[in-house]
Design a protein around this ligand. Structure first.
Ligand SMILES: *Cc1c(COP(=O)(O)O)cnc(C)c1O
Length: 419
């Protein structure tokens, strides 16, 4: 695909296929996006995984065990909380899907647990995972400890320094954390290293990828495991509010919490859907992590999707105050949802997202992750433009992990003794 926008007929066809549940297709594509652009050495490992997903994901025994662990260990279903004071301030009817209440503090455990159970079924003897901010590493380490699987987490050397508390959490949970000093020494290099480890022995090693990105079948597998968020929320809001929301909104890094929340609402024609990327300091190159808003299509980590890259196709540095949104790519299904017009994507900046952290704390008694606060910032904007509507916000995680950043920003700016 070129950078040119697809014509109206093409977009209409994608939308129709989307509604019919045609994605991913047999090649793991979402329209022009997705697929499997990997070196020869990685093909057998991905094919093995694809067969495993086909065999086990719908298996009654697998699902029984997964649902049981979600209930008794993760703490699902997570609450749907009405937000009366935000509702009053924004002139809307605001509801929060509380993934911050899930074990380890975010939605990531839904995916980590599901894939760890799958790995067990596939006969894996060890798990490898990548992590950026450390949240997926912690979720993976916890799931592996629970199932008695050895876990190795690759983490960029730069990230290990920035996210030291999570390194300690992973080690306490029994994981081996390997410092990655190649490439950019952050998430991108960590993914490359985890793949290298996986491909060395794909029969006994399972690669537990942390978002709805990468080559087929990962974006599909992660969407299926995270869709529990949207299925629960859809039933809860109908029961508690008496109907569907007018808007469903979530933050988008790689896109796993968002696709999990959005997927069960895609065919609800009355429901608007918005994804909020990390707008960082602004629209300039290197100032944000918002590939759907400011990027161009290209291949990263085996998948064709929207990317932050320069004119020569070099991946750009990204910036966000939120470590969990700081990734130059995005899951291919989001690229399609944008291209066919079903979901609108926009960016929320560092400052308005930090302000949304404070507002959520003060109005609702909930300290959200800075990632999740991007969704709140987007919701606030939408509420002002569409008064009186019912809004479902995906609160992807809790903000305790962000205390260092918050003490250097929100708390540092408050006059002494003022709060
Ligand atoms: C990791 C993380 C995200 C971003 O990841 P997605 O795959 O886009 O969901 C968002 N919120 C929280 C709390 C996270 O930990």
């Amino acid at each position: 695909m070129s950078d040119d926008k697809p014509d109206a007929a093409t977009r209409a066809r994608w939308l129709e296929q989307l509604r019919a549940g045609a994605f991913p297709d047999a090649q793991g594509r979402y329209g022009p996006f997705g697929g499997r652009y990997v070196p020869e050495t990685l093909v057998p490992a991905h094919e093995r995984l694809e067969q495993g997903v086909k065999r086990w994901l719908g298996d009654a025994d697998f699902q029984r065990e997964y649902q049981q662990q979600l209930r008794t260990w993760v703490g699902r279903p997570t609450a749907l909380s009405h937000a009366p004071r935000l509702s009053q301030r924004w002139g809307a009817d605001v509801w929060l899907k509380r993934e911050d209440l899930a074990h380890t503090g975010a939605h990531k455990i839904n995916n980590a647990l599901g894939q760890a159970l799958l790995a067990q079924r596939l006969g894996a003897q060890r798990i490898v995972a990548e992590t950026g901010a450390g949240q997926h590493g912690v979720a993976s380490a916890a799931a592996c400890a629970r199932l008695g699987l050895p876990c190795t987490v690759y983490m960029g050397a730069v990230d290990m320094e920035r996210q030291a508390p999570n390194v300690g959490r992973m080690r306490l949970l029994g994981a081996t954390v390997v410092s990655v000093t190649s490439g950019d020494q952050t998430l991108r290099a960590a993914i490359d290293e985890a793949m290298r480890d996986w491909v060395a022995d794909p029969e006994h090693t399972y690669y537990l990828l942390g978002s709805a990105v990468g080559a087929h079948p990962y974006p599909y597998l992660v969407r299926e495991l995270q869709s529990i968020i949207g299925r629960e929320a859809r039933a809860q809001i109908q029961q508690q509010a008496g109907g569907l929301p007018d808007l469903v909104i979530a933050c988008v890094g790689g896109g796993s919490n968002a696709i999990g929340l959005f997927h069960p609402f895609v065919n609800d024609a009355s429901v608007a859907i918005v994804g909020v990327e990390a707008g960082g300091r602004g629209a300039g190159l290197g100032d944000n992590a918002a590939p759907l808003s400011f990027g161009r299509p290209g291949v990263l980590h085996g998948s064709y999707s929207m990317l932050m890259q320069d004119g020569d196709g070099q991946i750009q540095e990204t910036h966000s105050v939120s470590a969990g949104l700081d990734y130059p790519g995005v899951g291919p299904e989001h690229a399609l949802l944008q291209a066919c017009g079903r979901v609108h994507y926009e960016a929320a900046g560092d400052d308005e997202s930090l302000a949304a952290v404070r507002e959520c704390c003060e109005c609702e008694g909930i300290l959200p992750a800075i990632e999740s606060a991007h969704a709140l910032a987007g919701a606030r904007r939408w509420a002002k433009a569409h008064p009186g509507k019912r809004i479902l916000v995906g609160l992807s995680g809790r903000g305790d992990k962000d205390m260092l950043t918050l003490s250097q920003t929100l708390l540092a700016n408050a006059p002494a003794g003022a709060r």
